[in-house]
Design a protein. Structure first.
Lengths: 242, 242
DNA sequence: TGACATTTAAAAGTCTGACATTTAAAACTC
DNA sequence: GAGTTTTAAATGTCAGACTTTTAAATGTCA
């Protein structure tokens, strides 16, 4: 681990990069303890606060975790799917909220991803996944459900559909897309007819998944995408008019 | 922006979270200047190093950028797609290199995503995207190409295919999957027959995209996935034997 | 008056040294 | 030998000073 003394970049950035490279290259392996802050500051010939800033940068990316006390220190973190999820969600939420992407673009990506999962899910889903989907459909049909609860149930339904594919990479990619859209979806007021249409499509998709018919599920998702975009565009039109 | 004095969490974590919340909620908008470090340390009643550690955490996530000098400071960053790309790539690379996901899982996710893009790309791709694909296919047929160069060209081909869909969210999701697999792909030695098979499939896919035939492109990708997994499994088997 | 050079001040970046807090391990007691 | 106390190592936090960068204000001269 070395830094370039001639570089114009901030020292804490350079040090963070050096450690990150060491982790990615395998020089530092999972759960290995990094040298203490004092040793690092000695090694890189910088002060402890500078080393600390570098470590905080890495901690923010879940590359390391720190532990206080004797035999504490910074340890290389095994990146968990949960960490990856939450990073993905933060990034996606910001992209959407800062208008770097439109709702339509996010929606298209989301359903394209779901359609990619559908055939795998039709083939592999466990009875559990299917039961979850059915339970959410039932909940969505209950009268007196708030719009937020309806949305949450919708998310749970899609979650089960995607998880059924048994591919955690796909699950985590979708988590970002779905969660990021949540705040916008929550703004939608669902009429009884809207709910009926959506729940009907959900049933159609669940039936296809149960029958192991991937292409039927894909076509159900296709229709659901149109439905969602229609609903959203109405909301945006109303909001723009005010 | 407030922090809880009774919380047991580190102050810099709390402060980072408070600022992050303010950004996500829209309380702080893009390009807005945060208070100076001195003002923040005053506001939160902590020392400047603590504030700085909090800011470094946010900077590591590209939520803010800092500028030195008069009228400098920390500014809310508009998250760019490039930032999102590189975060996605780092995360995916780590997930793969730390064995949190298998090569097969990553490969499956990658091709599922690509198949999701294919119909959109068949419909929307510009002449430019198609030309890039053709150029890369030509390059892949050149004799004397190193394995690394072949791989790089392969990535460029798929990149053009996905970008043709015109959905930046899909592009950035795939960037992670493709780039993360690169180091492993580079370990593969491609025989002349392998290259011929791959290039042939690429041609088939490009033809389908040119003709606007999404489902033909999907089936080409399906075959390419089998081919890739076969090649990779041979490499892993050889490596395991040593 | 206008273009260029100079000064100035604000802000982040860095350093030193100290103290507080946490925690595991060593030492000690019964 | 089990439980308690002490100890030391490590991170977390603080205070204050100095350095470097940079934009804006000021000044100078044609």
């Amino acid at each position: 681990m070395k830094i370039d003394p001639n570089s114009s970049a901030d020292l804490s950035v350079q040090i963070a990069q050096a450690i990150k490279d060491a982790i990615i290259s395998g020089e530092l392996i999972v759960d290995e303890r990094l040298p203490s802050e004092a040793e690092l500051s000695d090694h890189f010939q910088v002060s402890r606060p500078t080393v600390r800033e570098a470590l905080k940068r890495l901690a923010a990316q879940s590359l390391i975790r720190t532990q206080r006390g004797a035999s504490g220190g910074a340890f290389v973190n095994r990146l968990s799917f949960e960490d990856a999820y939450s990073q993905q969600i933060t990034t996606s939420t910001l992209l959407l909220s800062m208008n770097a992407v439109s709702f339509d673009t996010a929606c298209e990506a989301r359903y394209a991803l779901e359609r990619a999962c559908a055939p795998l899910s039709a083939e592999r889903r466990s009875a559990d996944h299917l039961a979850t989907m059915r339970a959410e459909i039932f909940r969505q049909g209950q009268p007196g459900l708030t719009d937020e609860a309806f949305c949450a149930s919708d998310v749970a339904f899609h979650r089960a559909l995607v998880d059924g594919a048994g591919n955690p990479v796909l699950s985590y990619q979708l988590a970002g897309a779905v969660e990021a859209m949540q705040p916008l979806m929550n703004m939608i007021t669902f009429t009884a007819r809207d709910r009926e249409a959506i729940t009907g499509l959900h049933s159609r998709i669940a039936d296809a998944i149960e029958a192991g018919d991937g292409s039927a599920a894909v076509s159900g998702l296709q229709d659901l995408e149109s439905e969602t975009r229609k609903l959203a565009s109405d909301v945006f039109a109303a909001r723009a008019q005010r």
